[in-house]
Ligand binder design. Sequence first.
Ligand code: AGP
Length: 610
Amino acid sequence: MCGIVGYIGYNEAYPILIEGLKKLEYRGYDSAGIALFEKEKIDIIKTVGRLEKLEEIADGNSPSCQVGIGHTRWATHGRPSDENSHPHRGCNGDFAVVHNGIIENYQKLKDWLIKEGHVFSSETDTEVLPHLIEHFYQGELLTAVREAISRVEGSYAMAVMCFREPDKIVCIRKDSPLVIGIGKDEKYIASDIPALLAYTRDTYILDDGEIALVERNGVKVFNGNGEAINKEIFKVDWDQEAAEKGGFDHFMLKEIYEQPSAIKETLEGRIDLDKDEVKLKEISLTREEVQGLSKIIIVACGTAYHAGLVGKFALEKTTRVPVEVELASEYRYRNPIIEPGKNLVIVISQSGETADTLAALRISKNLGASILAVTNVIGSSVAREADSVFYTKAGPEIAVASTKAYITQLIAMYLIGLYLGQLRETMAPGEVKEILDGLRCVPNQVESILASVEEVEELARKISTRENMFFIGRGLDYAVAQEGSLKLKEISYIHAEAYAAGELKHGTLALVTEGVPVVAVVTQRHVYDKTLSNIKEVSARDAYVIALALKGDEEINKVADEVLYVPQNLDFLMPLLTVVPLQLLAYYAALIRDCDVDKPRNLAKSVTVE
Ligand code: AGP
């Protein structure tokens, strides 16, 4: 949460900072600010509200200069306000700081600094940083930042400017991402790669504890012990267009439409076409280790957790190993039971930076589990700390609502399941081929769903006036119902809940009254009749039933008010198809309700706080 940027070079800093912040707005957008060098001081322009508001204030009023830092905020400590916006400065105005993360011991530090005579002007945890740096400054910014940070507990990605050292920016990270872009005679700093793509593909991805002295002509990186290190340049292969809207009104819609190609990319190179086998060179577990597995735990948050729910079905079917799916924010505060050497923990995270997921990874690793990360961001924290990494190849996902990342996480679950199943020899002859054939059909089938969105749009119009909805399903359909419900509430603000269809009558049915929309996902043939009975239960209470069913299912027309059909594939693979109309339903409902589709209120793309 929060995005930070920095620039040092020979070009005007202001437009570069603003453009960078635009690319990072998905990380937070309740206030924004920049700091630029003026002749006499560091000039800070900041405001509550979206980036456009900052531009209204700063366009034409920002000093001409070639060094600056910027910030887009997602409030944690202190409500969104002008004072609480970043950059923050100390008492004498010599230092400006932008920060992403949480300073856990800020109150203690603040109390101490106040006793030392410092005066605070915001409610934020961040403000202790410039005051601390000011306190320790003795003519060298790098040393002062090191001193200051040694007192700090918590997470941070931070960039600092000092008026007395105008040709430097110092940046440091711990548990929040930070990337440095390398240009000729100019350097860029950002929380995430898309903010750098317009300028360079050569980057340094800072590791935890590393601090960098960034100057026009070079970057010196030091580890936590203060030793200079030779950082390898990481070349980014995403192109800028991939991170732009490309003619779509919203990133979310563009990303929904990118799903067929994202699926193909994620499958690419992972299937041995001659042998009809899955080959995952990225998984370091040996055959013996896979055969010795007694439990698999999938840990994730939000949409990634929903991908994990599908993963449980995929992995249990193919490996016959029991799979538990855990919310990272719960798992990390329990005392999870891990059998060292016998348990595999799969963490799923699009960003690879979600604080709870990262913490869950570390706990599991310490307890002796083998860690497999499924992530979309190369070089992200979970990728670097896991034993093996399966990269989903969705490309940059900018919209807060996750779509193409989810669908590629499902592909990951299927491929990992098949691969482990092959090693464990737990699959029937021909089963792998049958599933691979099914997977190969999915991109075209998703295309066909995307080719006829009008029906979904029409349904979205019908539900858009409602304030409460339900999603029901059984088995894999229930897993998808949960994702459909999250998508809808996240961007359209319609309250939606997902229930296992068989659970409704144990309480929730009391809320189903005349006209309440119930989306029933009904593609799992072995429980078809059971789900049909549940649909009848809600119909009998005059619910407005929208069924998501398999093409060719005539029976469903008799019990549902509306039917959205999806192409047939193996029941096992149906989540890859049923989720698409649900994403579109959420998108159009949000659009009709005039919601900010890509930047829903109170949310941020990357949740790097607990
Ligand atoms: C989904 O639309 C959300 N934006 C959210 O639930 C997200 O999936 C969750 O925060 C996890 O993020 P991650 O995949 O980057 O770890």
